[in-house]
Design a protein around this ligand. Structure first.
Ligand code: NAI
Length: 503
């Protein structure tokens, strides 16, 4: 059920939904004893292509816990499967997906699924493929993950056992030593040969299913960080030369992303490593291909970006945030190595910065709460990750408030809906164009290639150079919702509800 807006500012043509929009924003300059503020209005025209493409997604790390869980969920939802649990029958669903399981308020008591605001790909029509260094077929990978109950795994087996990951780019130097035993499905040859194979794989997948668009998403093992080296990965040209010369220190994830961007495919990074070296970002900008990342924001960090926002915006001062995790899946095993843990630690640790910086009453310039992140590998708990957090805050007159949170759930069941949202929203935002109306010859352009609008789904959001990072979950969600509303011709959700307050 698509939302149809009756307004002189909206036009529905066969091809587009066109919406005229006054974007009001503020510029401010701090002066000695005052703040000079200018309110500005930018007259914009949004245009959203109505035809939804036939979309394919290729997962790097397809046979991992997230990849197998996502594939299983896709099939189970498409086939409307249900299975027995100790509590009775369980139907397939997409709980945890903002596009499939959350709503947007249109008017009092009228809420619609977010997916009804603009035409968006139906998950049941999504085609999936991918790569993995482990050759296990997807049915066996699902069993290995120990995420779903055995009954469901059996029902899914005939739908998954014929799906086999393509051979992958692998470099032992980037992941923990303990991952070596998985690597029985890897590409040989130079870096350039490997990039070419990935590009051929994308092309073959596109042709096989007659796809209009392919998105490539990394949900593979967390890599260590790559050094940024002048002359190697600092510009698009240097990165290209480095690949051709088989330079040793280029991560597999950067090679996949390079191949995807070269084929014009959106590339999304669900892990913390710095795949997007400056040369790769430049390449995406030059080719006007979308990129997004980094690191799925699924559990502990998601809660942190809500809780710290709540505390700081309530005038309460978090002074110590300590986060312990233990998990027993293969991700946890990999993260038990110091360099891979370091990637995760970095991605988890900047999440409160913007909220802290926003309140100069609580924090002096440069002051931050103590913030520590610990991750331990405990095989017994498997995919059922434990996240334990202690938040100490200063309250009025030197008092203290301590919050302790214990969070337990299957990690992959949090991540799989995020994979779906990232893919569907990245595709939708790639169909949105915008034009500034101030000059007559202005032309429609796509959004910036660095899709920061997907920050809601990412722990360490990648944003265009020089632009602010927003971590607050509700601000991130409001950003998605309000852009979709603008394209539909609806006003932003201000929550003023003046219609009930002004007599
Ligand atoms: P996993 O270890 O079960 O799966 C990763 C898969 O990637 C494995 O099957 C492995 O064989 C494969 N792989 C490794 N290197 C590869 C390469 N170069 N090319 C192709 N495949 C390769 O891990 P899981 O639990 O599925 O997580 C995947 C990633 O998502 C990890 O980096 C994790 O840190 C990240 N992540 C997961 C979250 C969650 O589960 N809630 C949240 C945030 C991030």
């Amino acid at each position: 059920m698509q939302v149809v807006v009756n307004s002189p500012n909206v036009e529905y043509t066969n091809k587009y939904i066109i919406s005229k929009y006054d974007y009001q924003y503020v510029e401010a300059q701090k002066e000695e004893s005052s703040i000079a503020v200018n309110t500005l209005t930018e007259k914009l025209m949004f245009r959203t292509q109505r035809k939804v493409p036939k979309l394919g997604v290729m997962l790097v790390g397809w046979g991992g816990n997230n990849g197998a869980s996502f594939t299983a969920a896709l099939i189970a939802n498409k086939l409307k499967l249900s299975w027995t649990t100790r509590k009775g029958n369980q139907d397939a669903n997409w709980f945890g997906s903002v596009t499939q399981a959350s709503t947007v308020r249109i008017a009092d008591e009228v809420h619609v699924p977010m997916s009804h605001l603009l035409p968006i790909v139906d998950p049941n029509n999504l085609i999936i493929d991918g790569w993995d260094i482990s050759a296990l077929d997807l049915a066996a990978a699902l069993k290995r993950s120990e995420v779903f109950p055995p009954d469901l795994v059996e029902v899914l087996k005939p739908h998954m056992e014929k799906r086999k990951p393509r051979a992958a780019i692998f470099n032992q130097d980037y992941v923990a030593e303990n991952q070596k035993s998985r690597a029985d499905n890897v590409l040989n040859g130079s870096k350039l040969d490997q990039v070419k194979t990935i590009m051929d794989d994308i092309e073959e997948f596109r042709n096989q299913w007659k796809l209009d668009e392919v998105i490539v998403l990394w949900t593979a093992t967390t890599e260590r960080f790559t050094s940024i080296v002048e002359g190697i990965n600092d510009t698009a040209e240097n990165l290209s030369k480095a690949i051709k010369s088989n330079y040793k220190d280029i991560s597999p994830s950067t090679l996949y992303a390079y191949a995807a961007i070269s084929k014009g495919c959106t590339y999304i990074n669900g892990s913390p490593q710095n795949t997007f070296v400056p040369g790769l970002i430049e390449l995406a900008e030059e080719k006007k291909v979308f990129i997004a990342g980094d690191d799925f924001k699924s559990g502990q960090t998601k809660l942190k970006s809500v809780l710290v926002d709540f505390l700081v915006s309530a005038g309460i001062k978090p002074v110590s945030i300590v986060s312990y995790n233990h998990l027993g899946n293969n991700d946890g095993r990999n993260l038990s190595a110091p360099e891979q843990f370091r990637s995760k630690e970095i991605s988890k640790s900047n999440v409160v910065d913007d909220m802290v910086a926003s309140n100069s009453i609580l924090y002096k310039p440069g002051e931050k709460p103590d913030h520590v992140v610990v991750i331990k590998y405990v095989p017994y708990v498997g995919d059922s990750k434990r996240a334990m957090d202690e938040y100490i805050s200063e309250i009025m007159m030197g008092g203290h408030n301590t919050l302790v949170i214990h969070n337990t759930c299957e990690d992959s069941l949090l991540a799989a809906p995020l994979i779906l949202d990232l893919v569907l929203l990245a595709e939708l935002f790639s169909r949105i164009e915008v034009k500034k109306l101030e000059s007559e010859d202005a032309e429609y352009t796509k959004l910036h290639p660095v899709l920061s609008v997907l920050s809601y789904l990412c722990k360490a959001p990648l944003v265009p150079k020089g632009t602010p990072i927003v971590n607050s979950l509700f601000r991130q969600r409001a950003c998605i919702e309000n852009i979709l509303r603008a394209c539909t011709g609806l006003p932003p959700e201000t929550n003023m509800t003046l219609e009930h307050k002004v007599p």
